[in-house]
Design a binder for this molecule. Structure first.
Ligand code: UDP
Ligand code: MG
Length: 321
């Protein structure tokens, strides 16, 4: 029988349609693991309410009361986004292993058992990897694929098709919690942490209730944080672009001068002026933009603001308040 405790952490933002299913399913998942003696009976669920505007908090508070000592409900002071909410949950745990999962259960909790098995076999990080992406739209699939390839080219070591469904040992999690950055890209940070790892493959379901809380805007923002937190290649790319543009301008300049001095051809004028003008102008603007992005990032990081504030925590355990 294993005396290792497990925490399952799920961030929730406006999940009132999903929670009546997710809570019992995750409790059942815990029970199965406890009965199979793979985790200790002291294992718990952690739900983080990420500043929801619907009934999410009430449902979590009720569930925590209904299952004393089994469900920890954490409420953030306002909506801080999926990555921050997840980190708030992870940082609140004290268990020996921690599984992070979305509250909509698109990542089937049945796979947690395989993750726990891998933990018992010595893995400190177990990545959930989607075998197929057929529940995604074609657009999401193509952009995701392209993104992983770009990241790879930039030298960022991501696990292909892994989002935030993973198990971490206490040791790996404590290492992750030492990372002070305020703009999180957890799937990249976990790779930085290292330790023995393995992969569990699964098929992702489509959302059973409620709608996606990740509109394109948030997805693009996460994608850019992933790049700018882990790579300075865009800065180098604009230097190269600058060098290329300068070389081209120099050639144009020589050609213009030669035409002016050595031939009688009247220079038609606007083509030779306008082309380099537009080209260099756009390269400069683009470069300034990229530099600005990194500067903005520095500005945000240097403030070292707290990533979230917890406004309530309920666990309904005899020894806690
Ligand atoms: N989520 C959150 N805060 C947010 C947005 C999302 O805590 O600001 C949670 C959400 O409740 C869910 C998980 O993050 O548990 C993933 O979100 P969602 O399922 O909407 O994303 P998708 O699967 O569509 O990428
Ligand atoms: Mg989802």
């Amino acid at each position: 029988m294993s005396d290792k405790t497990l925490a399952i952490v799920a961030p929730c933002y406006n999940e009132q349609e999903m929670l009546p299913t997710s809570i019992p399913v995750l409790l059942q998942t815990l029970d199965t693991l406890i009965n199979a003696e793979k985790v200790s009976p002291a294992s718990r669920l952690y739900f983080v309410d990420d500043g929801s505007r619907d009934n999410t908090w009430q449902q979590l508070a009720d569930a925590s009361k209904a299952h004393p000592g089994r469900i920890v409900a954490i409420r953030l002071s306002r909506n801080k986004g999926h990555q921050n909410a997840l980190l708030a949950g992870l940082a609140s745990t004290s268990e020996d292993m921690v599984v992070s999962i979305d509250a909509d259960l698109q990542d089937d909790p049945v796979n947690i058992e395989k993750m726990v098995d891998a933990y018992h076999n010595g893995s400190e990080v177990v990545y959930g990897v989607r075998a197929a992406r057929d529940t995604d739209t074609k657009f999401k699939r193509l952009t995701a694929e392209g993104y992983y390839h770009v990241m790879k080219k930039l030298g960022v070591d991501l696990v292909f098709n892994h989002a935030d469904f993973r198990l971490m040992s206490r040791r790996a999690l404590n290492a992750l919690l030492e990372y002070p950055e305020s703009q999180l890209f957890l799937r990249g940070m976990v790779r930085e942490v290292g330790f023995a790892s393995s992969v569990v493959e699964y098929d992702r379901q489509s959302r059973a209730a409620g709608e996606s809380k990740y509109p394109l805007r948030k997805m693009l923002s996460l994608a850019w944080h992933g790049i700018s937190s882990f790579s300075t290649a865009p800065l180098r790319a604009i230097t190269l672009l600058g060098i290329t543009a300068s070389a081209l301008s120099l050639i144009t300049l020589l050609w213009v001068l030669a035409t002016r001095l050595l031939t009688d051809n009247a220079i038609p004028g606007w083509t030779s002026i306008l082309l380099p003008l537009l080209f260099i102008g756009s390269v400069q603007l683009l470069s300034l933009g990229v530099i600005g992005e990194y500067l903005a990032k520095l500005y945000t990081e240097i403030k070292k603001r707290p990533r979230y504030h917890i406004s309530e925590r309920l666990s309904n355990q005899a020894d806690e308040h």
